[in-house]
Design a protein around this ligand. Structure first.
Ligand code: ZN
Length: 447
């Protein structure tokens, strides 16, 4: 199967998480080769591909525009970059890998001795066979990134540097897409669009959110869902500035990055710490082994949740990842490639996000209609229902938890937290108890 030509994420009705994983992978594979940065053609080319799936609105912010305490930078254009050795042999070439050029490098055309060149060559001595990813967004630097193994073989002599780039007045670009729900209250879902050929960070996040938006088109939701694809920091700040008047609508939010590898999952809480999104993310499980997310408190470092959670906004936005950024050796190197992300991991990450959103949409409060003592479950035909369930004891425990905490004061999320059982298990038990008349639905909890 040629994964790179599949233009649709839509799954057949009987397709499972594995098939959506393949579709997300196929889209990530189309995005991977593009040289992105915080501005420039790479972002536009990426949005063009995403727009083949969903009708994204593209927004431009002129270079030089004040964005809170920042200035939208000049647009970066990169045409080519190469380094030739003393014998005329090409040492590194941007055409071979876009990580070879320092991202946002200024133009240089010069001949220089190795000693003058070396401060501009970036390597990772501890990971000598990979190309590091380096940026110089807000300075006037130039440079190349290369494998340390190759760097170690460079001989004395004169080298020819040719970096054909420009920084010109232009635009910063971002995209957003709205899935309209029954109400204008919004859930924001954000992925950064500024990284070049790095698969997990963040082709995975861009592709997953696009496929999620596409799959949502056929669904009716309570909340409206706003998908944002913007360059890191300056992009989320530009979005916040342009939408400042309407931020009160945002009830929940998630930033997604590194969702294609087999590690984690990891969830970083919003600055609020006890927001419903923080609680929901703790009550889902990942993959066939039902792994609970490792939870961490908010810190003012990471991805764009920092901007959404800055004190002037303090929005309920968390960060969902598989392996946490900076903790895996492939992070910000050429090893973060299409072999590092897998369809099955993208599929289970997709399912996790869907499960989190499902909690936001459907968290209802059960009332036990037979609260004096435990009901005899067999009288309600629940034992035969239990018989086919692969984890009988879990389902029985879920019945008992819903019945016991179903005093009208606890939502399904409350019960999931207190029982330490997945929300999906508690919700399935509550649905069954309602269908046999043991539980009444007191309504969905809304913020
Ligand atoms: Zn990154």
């Amino acid at each position: 199967m040629d994964l790179t030509t599949d233009a649709s994420c839509a799954s057949e009705p009987d397709d499972g998480a594995q098939d959506i994983g393949k579709s997300i992978y196929a889209l990530a594979a189309r995005l991977y080769p593009i040289c992105r940065s915080i501005t420039g053609q790479g972002v536009l080319a990426t949005l063009d591909i995403l727009r083949q799936h969903i009708d994204i609105d593209v927004h431009s912010v002129a270079s030089g525009t004040q964005v809170f305490g920042w200035i939208a930078p000049s647009e970066w254009i990169v045409r080519s970059a190469s380094l030739k050795g003393p014998c005329g042999r090409t040492i590194v070439d941007f055409a071979d890998h876009n990580l070879h050029v320092l991202n946002y490098s200024i133009p240089v055309h010069a001949r220089m001795p190795l000693g003058d060149l070396k401060p501009h060559l970036h390597t990772l001595p501890e990971q000598s066979d990979v190309i590091p990813y380096k940026t110089a967004y807000y300075t006037d630097e130039w440079g190349f990134c290369m494998r340390h193994d190759q760097f170690a073989t460079l001989e004395e002599g004169f080298y020819e540097v040719s970096i054909d780039t420009e920084k010109v007045p232009g635009h910063l670009t971002y995209g957003d897409y709205l899935h309209r729900g029954q109400v204008e209250d919004e859930v924001i879902l954000y992925a950064h669009i500024c990284h070049p050929s790095l698969a997990n960070d963040n082709c995975s996040g861009l592709a997953l959110l696009t496929c999620l938006a596409e799959s949502m088109r056929s669904e009716s939701t309570y909340y409206s869902y706003r998908f944002i694809f913007a360059p890191g920091t300056i992009g989320s700040l530009a979005w916040l500035q342009r939408n400042e008047e309407r931020l009160g609508r945002i009830k929940h939010g998630l930033v997604l990055s590194c969702v294609g590898d087999g590690g984690g999952p990891n969830y970083k809480r919003s600055r609020q710490g006890l927001a419903m999104i923080d609680r929901a993310a703790a009550c889902v499980r990942c993959g066939p082994d039902n792994i609970s997310p490792t939870l961490s408190d908010f810190i003012p470092y990471g991805y764009d949740e920092r901007q959404f959670c800055s004190p002037g906004f303090n929005l309920p936005v968390g960060l969902l990842q598989r392996s946490a950024f900076g903790t895996f050796p492939q992070y910000h190197t050429s090893a973060d490639n299409l072999d590092f992300i897998r369809p099955e991991h993208l599929g289970s990450s997709f399912q996790m996000v869907q499960d989190i959103l499902q909690i936001l949409e459907t968290n209802w409060t059960p009332l036990n209609l037979s609260p004096k003592g435990e009901p005899q479950l067999g009288q309600y035909g629940l034992f035969s229902a239990i018989g086919g369930h692969k984890t009988n004891s879990d389902r029985v425990m879920a019945y008992l938890w819903v019945l016991n905490l179903g005093d009208g004061a606890n939502s399904l999320l409350d019960i999931s937290e207190r029982s330490r059982m997945p929300f999906s298990e508690i919700a399935a038990a509550a649905d069954t108890l309602q269908s046999v008349g043991l539980v009444a639905n007191l309504g969905i909890v809304r913020l």
